[in-house]
Design a protein around this ligand. Structure first.
Ligand code: SAM
Length: 213
C-alpha cells in the first residue's frame, strides 16, 4: 500500500503541453490528450481521478482486481483497467453499456456487466470473490446501501473507494448532513479510513476510502 501517486504502477504524472497531468497507458476513449502511448486522466471527469489528484490514500499499487460500480460509458473504468488486473464494470443503463463494450474491446481485462449494483446476486457468478478494490460512483439515491450490499466481494484487506454525490441523496439537504448519514450507514460494513471533499473537481461530492469490517 502506498500514498505516493508516482509509485502506483501504471499511473504517472506526465507533461502534456507543459502541464503535469495524471495519465495512464492505453487506448484513448473520450478525446483525451495522448502522448507516447500515455493518455491524460482528467480529474474533472473522474471522481477516482480527483481522489488521486487530491492525494487520498487509496491503497492502490497497480495490478489489483477491481469491481467498479457505476461504470457509465467507461471514462474512469478505462483508466482503471489500464493499471489494474481483472476489472469488472457494472452499469445498469443499456445505452452507456454499448459504449463500454467498445471500450472493453481494446482491453482484455475489462469485463462490462449490464447489471443493477443493488442486486449483487445477479453478478455473483461472474465476479470473482475477494476483489482487492471496489470503486463506486453510482450517483444515485441509496449510495451507502449499494456499497454495503457489495461488501461480500471485497477481500478482508481490500479497499472501498467511493464517491458520494450529495444531491443524489437529497437535493435540498446540506451536503455535510448527507455525507454524515452516508458514513453512518457505511459503518455497518466498513471502517472509514479517509474522507475528502472533491469540490475542487466535483461540486458537493465526498471521496471515501474504507476497508471492510
Ligand atoms: N463512474 C463513471 C465515470 O467516472 O466514468 C461515471 C458514473 S455516473 C456519475 C453514474 C452511473 O451510475 C450512471 O451511468 C448510472 O446509470 C449508474 N448507476 C446508477 N445506479 C446504478 C445501479 N444501481 N447499478 C448500476 N449502475 C448504476
Amino acid at each position: 500500500m502506498t500514498a505516493d501517486l508516482d509509485l502506483l504502477d501504471g499511473v504517472e504524472r506526465r507533461s502534456f503541453d507543459g502541464n503535469e497531468r495524471l495519465a495512464t497507458r492505453g487506448e484513448p476513449v473520450y478525446g483525451e490528450p495522448t502522448k507516447d502511448g500515455w493518455r491524460v486522466w482528467d480529474a474533472g471527469r473522474s471522481k477516482l481521478g480527483a481522489m488521486l489528484e487530491l492525494r487520498m490514500e487509496t491503497g492502490l499499487e497497480g495490478g489489483e482486481t477491481v469491481l467498479y460500480l457505476g461504470a457509465a460509458s467507461g471514462t474512469t473504468v478505462s483508466h482503471v483497467a489500464d493499471f489494474s488486473g481483472p476489472t469488472y464494470a457494472v452499469e445498469f443503463a443499456p445505452r452507456p453499456v454499448r459504449d463500454l463494450v467498445g471500450v472493453a474491446e481494446a482491453r482484455d481485462n475489462l469485463f462490462p456487466l449490464l447489471k443493477d449494483a443493488r442486486d449483487p446476486a445477479s453478478y455473483a457468478h461472474v465476479v470473482e470473490s475477494d476483489v482487492d478494490c471496489i470503486v463506486m460512483d453510482v450517483a444515485t439515491r441509496g449510495q451507502a446501501d449499494v456499497a454495503n450490499r457489495n461488501r461480500q466481494f471485497l477481500a478482508d484487506d481490500g479497499r472501498l473507494l467511493m464517491a458520494v454525490k450529495a444531491r443524489s441523496e437529497d437535493v435540498t439537504a446540506d451536503p455535510d448532513d448527507v455525507f454524515d448519514d452516508v458514513l453512518d450507514s457505511l459503518e455497518s460494513s466498513y471502517e472509514i479510513l479517509e474522507t475528502t471533499r472533491l469540490d475542487r473537481f466535483h461540486t458537493d461530492h465526498l471521496g471515501i476510502v474504507a476497508r471492510p469490517k
